[in-house]
Design a protein around this ligand. Structure first.
Ligand SMILES: *Cc1c(COP(=O)(O)O)cnc(C)c1O
Length: 390
């Protein structure tokens, strides 16, 4: 084992199961390790590097802001922060934005918005939030409580109370929960990521949206992973033609720097007052300058290319030997192997120079950069097909 990995094992808390590789540089969808070995990247830093490593347009936006001003705190106005908020609202129809630094924080803010809306409109006991089984919403104690997977909860009790869990696709069961509890919000990932790369059906998502409208419950869409073009639309709820009251995002928007966003729709645009929420780094000008450059490039033509790359991957894996099923949408794809563990297969891909991720339910998870060149997409696909068939 090399020195970097030794140091890491000695001094970094053991919260991650790392692959045995130290990456030192990257360009686009290619990464290099210490020995100079080349890897095709089908993970994009978990859906973060939207335009791959060291993309020059994003770098330029970040570097020029870095030369002007790196941070001011939220006591002052800065241009990139307000410009990004305006562009997000223009592209989504949402009304206001709260900036933080991560997906978990973005969801915390969405949960606060729903709780406050419930308290003001339906009484202090209208605090329940429904989420789905197999969901993933973050690692803080509240977003962990929101995450509908028991194994994450076990040793961290007591978690924040007030969450209920419904089965995906069971609209009846979910509706019953809204009858037995005073619910202020329903939080969903239209494409569940970490839990297994499962797209919710359009009928189910539309059914939830209708239920929310009828009962004045807020529809909260967690777009942390599926957002920012990854699903083939700018935000994944757009595939289902619904309008959330609150949408959160993070990962891919920053293009590689930490950002969290909570977008507030009409019903909750004025829910927060000074002191209700805050974040020291939220809206940081360098991060926002990079994010704005990412968002501006996610136009209709670009999204059509994302969908074409997605079609290619679905076609390539759907009938491939060793594949049980292909799930997901856009460039957020789950491949369930017929035999063997996804983790072990990911290890074999690594040896052969391909970075892939895993997700729940024994899935390989493919999240390439949205601009991955077709040649690398094909080369990576061939490697993965061989590993799966083996
Ligand atoms: C990654 C993820 C989160 C948590 O984001 P962090 O930035 O790690 O806090 C929340 N929701 C979804 C859907 C995610 O994929």
């Amino acid at each position: 084992m090399d020195t970097i990995q030794q140091l890491d094992r000695e001094y970094i808390a053991s919260t991650y199961g790392r692959f045995p590789v130290t990456l030192v540089s990257g360009k686009g969808s290619l990464a290099k390790d210490e020995q100079g070995k080349r890897y095709i990247d089908f993970g994009a830093g978990i859906a973060v590097n939207t335009f791959g490593y060291c993309d020059t347009v994003w770098q330029e936006a970040v570097k020029s802001q870095l030369d002007a001003l790196q941070h001011t705190s939220n006591l002052y106005y800065t241009a990139p922060c307000s410009a990004l908020a305006a562009e997000l609202c223009r592209r989504t129809g949402m009304k206001k934005v709260f900036f933080s630094n991560s997906g978990a924080e973005a969801n915390e803010c969405a949960i606060k918005a729903a709780r406050k809306y419930g308290a003001e409109h339906h009484g202090r006991d209208a605090y329940w939030i429904i989420t789905l089984k197999n969901s993933f919403h973050g690692r803080t104690l509240t977003t962990l409580a929101a995450t509908g997977q028991d194994h994450f909860h076990e040793l961290f009790q007591p978690l924040t109370p007030g969450f209920l869990y419904a089965e995906p696709e069971d609209l009846e069961g979910l509706t019953e929960l809204t009858a037995s509890h005073k619910v202020c919000g329903i939080l969903i990932e239209c494409i569940q990521g970490e839990g297994g790369v499962n797209a919710l059906s359009r009928d189910f998502v539309q059914g939830i949206a209708k239920l929310c409208r009828e009962k004045d419950i807020l529809l909260l869409c967690d777009e942390v992973q599926a957002g920012n073009g990854r699903s083939g639309q700018l935000y994944s709820y757009m595939n289902d033609d619904v309008t959330p009251d609150v949408a959160t995002t993070a990962k891919g928007l920053g293009g590689g720097l930490p950002i969290g966003v909570t977008m507030l729709g009409e019903k909750v645009q004025d829910i927060f007052h000074p002191g209700d929420n805050g974040s020291t780094f939220g809206g940081n000008p360098v991060v926002c300058a990079g994010a704005l450059s990412v968002l501006k490039r996610l136009d209709d033509d670009f999204l059509a290319e994302v969908r074409a790359k997605s079609d290619y991957l679905f076609r390539a894996f759907s009938k491939a030997p060793g594949v049980k099923q292909v799930t997901g949408m856009g460039l957020m794809i789950g491949v369930e192997p017929e035999k063997g563990s996804a983790a072990e297969l990911a290890g074999r891909c690594l040896e052969r120079g391909l970075l892939v991720l895993t997700a729940g339910q024994n899935r390989l998870r493919l999240l390439p950069a949205l601009n991955i060149p077709d040649s690398l997409l094909q080369e990576g696909t061939e490697i993965l097909k061989e590993v799966l068939a083996d």
